[in-house]
Write a protein that binds this ligand. Structure first.
Ligand code: SF4
Length: 377
């Protein structure tokens, strides 16, 4: 099934998301928390108390277990650490990003989503003890005033999934607004950001959109917003004073990609002022081989097969080096042409050699990337 982007989201964001949920299961220690009680209120008979995770249903025999996992929620507590380094990938350069996995799982459904094979969880998890995350952040920021932190909630979820119900972004935006050494990044493919527009963010939050070409969005990204709506939302966020980010990840190689990706960059330039773009990341399609069966079974019309692949140094399937270099250098050229040379562009989980080949930067290290990004905040 391909989502018709013209029909998307006729109802409000929260109604739409709640309608997609079959059941929320609450563990005993999650009871009494605000978030848990809001789920109870909104879901009524679809809210179920359980004694332990052994009481959870098993979806392994279902026609599409991944979809079932997306549609069912486990309300539970997260124990320390609350702030974790981005898992990155072996033998490739990471950018020193930190993640907070308050929600783990996503209602959107992208063919290439690594979470399909990555999350070893019975269903989508919502950690309800947000206060513990807030305490951990306050402690980290106050004890290390000279350190810069870039922290996001969009690594194991779309940052805006159930966001009005959980209040995660609003609380984080408020907390980060008090610190000048840190920045909070919301990463999303959703355009519905109205609930964030009037908050006092003090420019300490970046709202970032993952972008792709309309063709890839239609074929590979079910239940996400169209490119047009994402860019309109970026303009609204800019209007509300937020800094912006864009992530072209994954870049996908197909016949005609050059024209399509160039057009996307051109469309960014028509919608927002490049001065407000904090960073743009690029990452070519890559995934662990165990993802192939999920893609084949769940997305039979996917075009991801069309590329030529190698096994990378981290064991993941990647495009040949020549293809990656070509895609990265072309993207950088278009970004500089349409958005100017001051927009910071970086590669996500790439090799030192790729930084050299595509960007002509020698001896690139995680520390260098990290320091360039920290200087942007
Ligand atoms: S939006 Fe991100 S987290 Fe959600 S399905 Fe797509 S790739 Fe996965």
């Amino acid at each position: 099934m391909t989502t018709n982007k013209n029909d998307e989201f006729h109802t409000s964001k929260l109604d739409c998301e709640l309608n997609s949920i079959e059941y929320a299961y609450a563990l005993p220690d999650a009871l009494g928390y605000d978030i848990t009680e809001r789920f109870r209120k909104y879901l009524g008979s679809r809210f179920i108390n359980i004694n332990s995770t052994e009481d959870l249903p098993y979806f392994g025999n279902d026609e599409d277990p991944i979809l079932k996992k997306k549609r069912n929620i486990l309300l539970c507590l997260k124990h320390s650490p609350y702030l974790e380094p981005c898992p990155g990938t072996k033998n490739y350069l990471c950018c020193g990003y930190k993640i907070m996995s308050i929600v783990e799982g996503c209602h959107m459904d992208c063919s290439y989503c690594i979470l399909q094979g990555y999350l070893n969880a019975p269903m989508t998890r919502v950690h309800v003890n947000i206060k513990d995350y807030e305490n951990a952040l306050n402690n980290a920021f106050m004890s290390n005033p000279d350190k810069s932190y870039r922290i996001g909630t969009g690594e194991l979820a779309d940052s805006l999934f159930l966001d009005e119900l959980t209040g995660v972004s609003e609380r984080m935006i408020h907390l980060f607004s008090n610190y000048n050494n840190s920045i909070f990044e919301i990463k999303t493919k959703d355009h519905r950001i109205e609930h964030l527009l009037n908050l006092d963010h003090n420019r300490r939050t970046i709202i970032s959109w993952s972008l792709n070409t309309p063709r890839i969005i239609n074929l590979e990204e079910r239940r996400t917003s169209s490119l047009k709506k994402r860019l309109e939302a970026a303009a609204a966020a800019e209007q509300a004073g937020y800094k912006l980010g864009f992530h072209f990840d994954p870049l996908i190689d197909y016949s005609g990609w050059e024209k399509d990706y160039e057009e996307v960059v051109k469309r960014i330039s028509k919608q927002v002022n490049p001065e407000n773009i904090c960073w743009i990341s690029l990452g070519c399609l890559r995934f662990p081989p165990l993802l192939w069966p999920y893609i084949r079974n769940r997305f039979p019309s996917s075009k991801l097969y069309l590329g030529e692949f190698i096994r990378g140094l981290d064991g993941k399937t990647r495009y040949f080096k020549t293809i990656r270099t070509h895609m990265y250098s072309a993207m950088k050229k278009w970004i500089q042409e349409y958005l100017g040379k001051n927009v910071f562009v970086y590669l996500c989980m790439e090799s030192e050699l790729e930084w050299q080949n595509a960007f002509d930067i020698n001896a690139c290290t995680m520390e260098k990337i990290s320091s360039c990004l920290d200087n942007r905040i």
